[in-house]
Design a protein around this ligand. Sequence first.
Ligand code: SF4
Length: 565
Amino acid sequence: MTVVFLHPPSIYDFRKSPSFMGPISDAVPSTQIFEMYPMGFVSMAQFLDKNGFRTRIVNLALKMLNNPKFDAEKFIEKLDAEAFCIDLHWVAHVHGALEVAKICKRFHPDTPVIFGGFTSTYYPEEILSKFPQVDFVLKGDSCEAPLLELMRKIDGQKDKVQNLSWRKAKKIKSNPISHVPDSFDELVIDPKFLLKSILRARDVEGHLPYKSWIDDPIMSVLTSKGCIYNCVNCAGSAECYRRIYNRKKPAFMKPDAIIEQMSLNEQYLCGPCFFLNDIRMGGKKYYRDVFEKIRAEKFDPPVVFELFSPLDKEFAKDLSQTFNRYNLEMSPEDFSETVRKNIGKDYTNRDVEMSIKNAKEQNCNKFDLFFMIGLGKQTRETVGQTLEYIDGILGRFNGGQKFVYPFISPYAPTLDPGCIAFENPKKYGYEVFHKTLAEQYEAFKMPSWKYFFNYKTEHLSPDDVIELTYESGIRLYEIKRKHGLASDADVEIAKKQVCISRDIMRRTEEIVGMGEKEGHAALKSLKSEIDETMKPLMCKDSELNWPRGRKSLKMYALKCLNKIM
Ligand code: SF4
């Protein structure tokens, strides 16, 4: 018997009931079905394993994506599970998570189904009262120890299981989120655990974090849990951590634990290293300690850092003295400083330009600049100005080289439930029209991404966001062509894809007015065109790729195993 961690696709079953998902995932490594599972999956599975439970990770979404013939229901039916743990972290998985839970319950009515993640933490009562396929919700940002406790008491008293909500005699019971550890150093992920799990299950694919990982592996290092900033559209803000997950201040991974994680990554996988969350949030002493230890250990993987605030000369210098190859990511979101300030980012365009300049002077390899469409207070004009701004930035800083890479993509069609703007939409220029989880679940059954939106802004409806996305997609490619980042062929492909996307959007509108059976058949007839739009529109996959590390024999072996198993 095994505790099975199942990662669902965003929509179940996207292969049989195709839905036109648009470019909602273009700025992340996942495809539109969001097959990337949360890191917590591995840390929870590893924690249970260390404490005597047998565990298995199954990236169901990826298995379904890779093999059209893979029968997810048969697969779940055959699992011999002690419990099913399903992530409902981001609301985009609401449909897939609830449907996969239903399948688990259908074949294994006596096996507990456990939900966890940010969205689950925001909606525990609603999940347990409206969706009988879910038995337990583990809340908070650290569920390793509570899950172990729950598994030990699965047939007994639950009152002492921290962070737990459950159903008892049709009543919802809820323990507070009291497990909020200051340290998560013991959660360093050991790739040996994953390899053991892969061999035991004879399943490489089910353990892969996302589709392109096997070709472009990246190792993540989670430097902190929590944030010190308050972006109003983010459920991971400082205010949300306090209000929803009961974390009063961020916890930082100790420098020695970071070194341990890097060393394990280096031994087994050799990929580039992505430092999740802005390491500067821990203060100068903290990140300098980390960098000093990295230098002492002579680690030299290519690295990527996120910048939640502008890059000053000092940090840029520290980076260049520590790493031979480093990339940076910054998200000013919109050209307009008013729009940026409204979403909670208090820095100017001058700060953005200074950051790029400092990075360039200190030998940064690549500077990714992210902009979004669909923000509070944003208008068509500010999106247009953003594109002009990108043009200016590329002209000023690239000078024919490939250094700044701009991205512009739709804000995920859902405003994170519980984020500051979700709670107080009017103040920040939003209107939320799907507040409950059940409403959002219904929305994801609709035939196109237009209906996934749980919000509109005071200036932009979902239709506006979609049209602006298409216009900006083409315009961005033209700008990139002007600056040597895209070819004529890339521009033509983008135009063609926009043309197909607009046509599908028009045809899905007709489907919405049809009856269920007729609509389903009409949608199925669009499948091959919808599949065509699964290719990224707003950027090429390769633009998102992080720098490559040296080739690892173990990664090569993993690829071979993947082919055999
Ligand atoms: S989006 Fe803003 S609030 Fe959310 S994690 Fe990033 S910096 Fe923090």
